[in-house]
Design a protein around this ligand. Structure first.
Ligand code: DGL
Length: 271
């Protein structure tokens, strides 16, 4: 078995994995959530890098030739160091990909005004990764960022559909839109935010479109595998999925079922 590894700080990456599995059901996957140490969003660079590297190493040890960092914060703060410093010595031939570049590469297809908003964790916003990556593909686009530190806890505590969530949804959207009246596209640059999309729509004009990453990342992975037959042939294809969590497997199964909209069986991974 050489499954494709999908890593996230916790449950959120399931919003991305859900679309990857739908788009590419033939492959085997291992999803690893580092629930014991989530959330990553408020943590410093070194910590996020160390945690992410450790989990990537576990996925390699479990036989994954390719690992997707489904977590925006890990993609923002750890991906480049892992790709440039660690992979060449530690695991030549193995690959790690993130979610920010694939998203940044397509935003230009959506915006007319060339002004977009990015909603993300504080860690992702401070890294400026979206600003940097979007500028590479679309130098004419202006990017406005807004950190939404209360949104991950709302989703993690299953309060995202509650009336109390409205206050924080409206608050951060107002703060973003106050930065420019010309924003016509908003990128959800955090794995958890798609679960708040119905509430967001209540406070946004219809003229503003909201982009979730799942389908974008899934399409980009399909394209990557097509362009890299040497990697594609290494990935096993039995349509099997295994879930691992660094916290309680029972808790993971209960929460993951909400994200995946189906029952999930999980195993505990000791760090
Ligand atoms: N998965 C993280 C992200 O996409 C959100 C949760 C966390 O802060 O760990 O940024």
């Amino acid at each position: 078995m050489s499954p494709i590894g999908v890593f996230d700080s916790g449950y959120g990456g399931l919003t991305v994995f859900r679309d990857i599995e739908r788009r590419l059901p033939q492959y085997d996957y291992i999803y690893l959530g580092d629930n014991a140490r989530a959330p990553y969003g408020p943590r410093d660079f070194e910590t996020i890098y160390q945690y992410t590297l450790e989990c990537v190493q576990h996925l390699f040890d479990m036989g994954c030739p390719l690992v997707i960092l489904a977590c925006n914060t890990a993609s923002a703060k750890a991906l480049r160091s892992i790709q440039q410093q660690d992979l060449p010595g530690m695991a030549p031939g193995l690959r790690v990909l993130g979610v920010i570049r694939p998203t940044a590469e397509v935003v230009g297809q959506y915006t007319q005004s060339r002004e977009i908003g990015v909603l993300a964790t504080r860690g992702t916003v401070l890294s400026e990764s979206y600003v940097i990556e979007i500028a590479k593909s679309f130098p004419d686009i202006r990017v406005y960022q807004q950190a939404c530190p209360m949104w991950v806890p709302l989703v993690e505590n299953n309060e995202h559909n509650s009336p109390g969530a409205d206050y924080f949804v409206q608050k951060y959207l107002d703060e973003l839109l106050r930065q420019s009246p010309n924003i016509d596209t908003i990128v959800l640059g955090c794995t958890h935010y798609p679960l708040l999309i119905n509430k967001m729509r209540k406070y946004l004009p219809d003229s503003i479109q909201v982009l979730s990453q799942g389908e974008i990342v899934a399409e980009s992975l399909a394209d990557y595998l097509h362009r890299h037959p040497e990697m594609e042939t290494r990935c096993s294809k039995n349509g099997q999925v295994q879930y691992f969590t660094t916290e309680s497997a029972a808790d993971f199964e209960a929460k993951a079922a909400i994200f995946m909209e189906k029952p999930v069986k999980a195993l505990h991974l000791a760090l």
